[in-house]
Write a protein that binds this ligand. Structure first.
Ligand code: SAH
Length: 219
């Protein structure tokens, strides 16, 4: 991610500029910044886009999906307020990048993906990187993981028309969910839901654009 258009040739410098640029986009949480410094986005971007891994843009991955924009990953992670004892659920593994960052912040991370090849590739990468507290599973994430619930934190990285009811139900009291809400072909709103005694409190965070949350398991 560079402020000008000339990507630096030196990868170490590129990563330093990457984290610097996250700060300049308003990310202030020191734990989030250091997790994003530790996890190398280049591990999660393969093929012809690999050399653009440090740019602040979403990039294509397999199965017609995308790895999210780093500044959006950072701001969503910050909004989730993950603590070291938290059990976290992510819906939409994609490349595994967001889950890998969460694994540095949480006690345990479960990430769910509807495309088997993506879930497999992500799990392989977690194993190779020694990220032992994160598991990728193949399922329709809109149902959550009822057998493993409740969760302290839930993050959805695909856009739903409304915050999915089963996911809200799997949030622990005091738990936080971050989810992009809106039609898939337009700009969506990132919502933070907090489970309280009387129900849920909602807050609108910012405009985002995500691929849609799709029902069922992919091919
Ligand atoms: N978090 C990812 C990017 C997510 S892209 C990363 O860090 O790279 C959104 C992902 O959500 C896609 O891979 C898509 O296949 C997946 N997805 C969409 N609907 C889903 C559903 N119902 N259950 C599980 N995964 C879903």
């Amino acid at each position: 991610m560079t402020e000008d258009d000339t990507p630096p040739a030196d990868p170490a410098e590129a990563r330093m500029r990457f984290v610097y640029a996250l700060r300049s986009r308003g990310v202030t949480d020191a734990r989030v910044l250091s997790a994003m410094e530790e996890i190398d986005r280049q591990d999660f971007v393969t093929g012809i886009f690999a050399d653009r891994a440090y740019e602040d843009m979403p990039l294509p991955i397999a199965c017609g999906q995308t790895i999210s924009q780093p500044s959006v990953v950072a701001l969503m992670t910050e909004a989730l307020q993950v603590g070291p004892r938290d059990k976290v659920l992510e819906i939409g593994t994609g490349s595994g990048y967001q889950a890998a960052i969460l694994s540095r912040l949480a006690r345990r991370v479960y990430t769910v993906e509807r495309h088997r090849p993506l879930a497999r590739a992500a799990q392989k990468l977690f194993d190779r990187l020694g990220l032992t507290n994160v598991t990728a599973m193949v399922a329709d994430g809109s149902h959550g993981l009822p057998d493993i619930a409740p969760f302290d934190r839930i993050i959805v990285t695909a856009a739903a028309e409304d915050p999915p009811g089963p996911l809200l139900a799997q949030l622990r009291l005091g738990g936080i969910m971050v989810v992009p809400v809106g039609q898939s072909d337009t700009v969506q709103t990132l919502i933070r839901a907090v489970r309280v005694e009387s129900g849920y409190e909602y807050e609108e965070l910012r405009a985002v654009r995500f691929v849609p949350l799709v029902e069922g398991i992919g091919q």
